[in-house]
Design a protein. Structure first.
Ligand code: 13P
Length: 256
């Protein structure tokens, strides 16, 4: 059975001190044990303060929002996988649609980032998703398959075990217009079919696929009730303690 995963992507929000105060409070609101894995992905500048605030035995794990594929060198402004690993990161979000649209990231660069993450023991959370225009012209499956192929092709079966995929339709991000459970399930099936065809049915079955895009305490239950949806990648709703804690406890109570 796949362990459910709830990831809070804070995007460019919270200073280091705000972030530390936030997780300190959040930790108090979570049950002592849960069947769900919880991850927060603060900005780079807050990773150290969040790690210190969580302490060594926290059930909340640390993730980053991006990395650069080289280990070190003359790459002004970039942060590498070994740097993130050294700060205690376990996960890294890669290929987010904001990185693709605002910063010109493409599948070949995302592929290099995935390889760098895997080399240094970070679990990539690869984001894929169609635009509204692609959905409305019936190109959702093609868009998803192309992104998956471009960023994952050539990875060994063992590498696939560490990879989480997040289906984030671009039109649902930050819009308050989440995909319906049916739309999300259909996309997750497409992703699993790609994994089965490219690697094996066993890899497709074991892969954790999250949904992201306007997830709230109100819609999380319906989304997680499908056995195709293994968790959520959350933006806006993870910036408030109440809504993050509620989402975590709903996911925990469903035992997905
Ligand atoms: P929202 O939950 O704010 O729609 O953001 C989703 C997202 O982009 C998470 O990576």
């Amino acid at each position: 059975m796949r362990t459910a995963l709830i990831v809070g992507n804070w995007k460019m929000n919270k200073t280091a001190s705000e972030a530390a105060a936030f997780v300190h409070e959040l930790a108090k609101r979570l049950p002592a044990s849960s069947s769900v894995e919880l991850v927060v992905a603060p900005p780079f500048t807050a990773l150290e303060s969040v790690r210190a605030a969580l302490g060594p035995s926290s059930p909340i794990q640390l993730g980053a929002q991006n990395l650069f594929w080289e280990d070190h060198g003359a790459y002004t402004g970039e942060v590498s996988a070994p740097m993130l690993r050294d700060l205690g990161c376990r996960y890294v979000i890669l290929g987010h649609s904001e990185r693709r649209t605002l910063f010109g990231e493409q599948d070949d660069g995302i592929h290099k980032k995935i390889r760098a993450a895997l080399t240094h023991g970070l679990r990539p959370i690869l984001c894929v998703g169609e635009s509204l225009a692609q959905r409305e012209s019936g190109k959702t499956d093609g868009a998803l398959t192309q992104q998956l192929k471009g960023s994952l092709a050539g990875l060994a079966p063992q590498a696939m075990a560490a990879i989480v995929i997040a289906y984030e339709p671009v039109w649902a991000i930050g819009t308050g217009r989440a995909a319906t459970t049916e739309q999300a399930v259909a996309a997750h099936r497409t992703i699993r079919e790609f994994l089965a065809g490219t690697w094996s049915p066993a890899i497709a079955k074991a892969a954790r696929i999250l949904y992201g895009g306007s997830v709230t305490p109100q819609n999380i239950e319906s989304l997680l009730q499908s056995d195709q949806i293994d968790g959520a990648l959350i933006g806006g709703a993870c910036l408030q303690i109440d809504s993050f804690a509620t989402i975590a406890s709903v996911a925990g109570s469903l035992g997905v």
